[in-house]
Design a protein. Structure first.
Length: 176
């Protein structure tokens, strides 16, 4: 299990996504594995709380995979048009450009959303976009070590048993 940034920092001082082990700031939807509740702190809409960062990263990665499998989306521009739509007050083009820069690719170029290395890099870049700079030193510091992203992606791809099986639920729609 990853060491949570909360162990070193006051929980209240952490960004919502990190505090909730939900680095993608996912809202209620599918019955995700590892959900332990909701963050209903006003004025924001409810956001999911996960048992650990790996399950939050798993849900983030499964969401990205579903964009490819269910919606045919295979570019970062397409991903972020759906992930952070303009209708919600977001700038999906800027979001896609920032993530593409972190990954070293063009936002309009196809990306393999089934590749574990790409999913882990995307999860880290999304975590940075959603939650700001991590607790470590430097402008590109991540909130979690690379191993945490790798474990979450492994869970998303079905190559690992959930770390907290007692706190998991199973989705009926194949995403959770």
């Amino acid at each position: 299990m990853a060491t949570s940034p909360a162990s070193a920092t006051s929980t209240a001082a952490l960004p919502r996504g990190i505090r909730n082990h939900n680095p993608g700031n996912l809202r209620p939807g599918p019955a995700w594995q590892g959900v332990v509740g909701l963050d209903t702190e006003p004025p924001d809409p409810p956001y999911l709380r996960f048992v650990d960062p790996e399950h939050g990263i798993r849900a983030l990665a499964r969401t990205l995979i579903s964009y490819r499998e269910r919606h045919g989306i295979d570019t970062l521009a397409g991903v972020f048009a759906r992930w952070a739509p303009a209708g919600d007050g977001n700038d999906p083009e800027r979001y896609a450009a920032a993530v593409a820069q972190a990954l070293g690719c063009d936002p309009a170029a196809p990306v393999d959303l089934h590749d574990p290395a790409i999913l882990a890099a995307l999860a880290a870049a999304i975590t940075h976009q959603e939650n700001g700079v991590g607790a470590g030193a430097g402008a590109e510091s991540s909130w979690y070590p690379a191993e945490t992203y790798r474990r979450g992606v492994t869970l998303a791809l079905g190559d690992g048993a959930p770390a907290a099986a007692a706190a998991t639920t199973t989705a009926t729609d194949g995403e959770g």
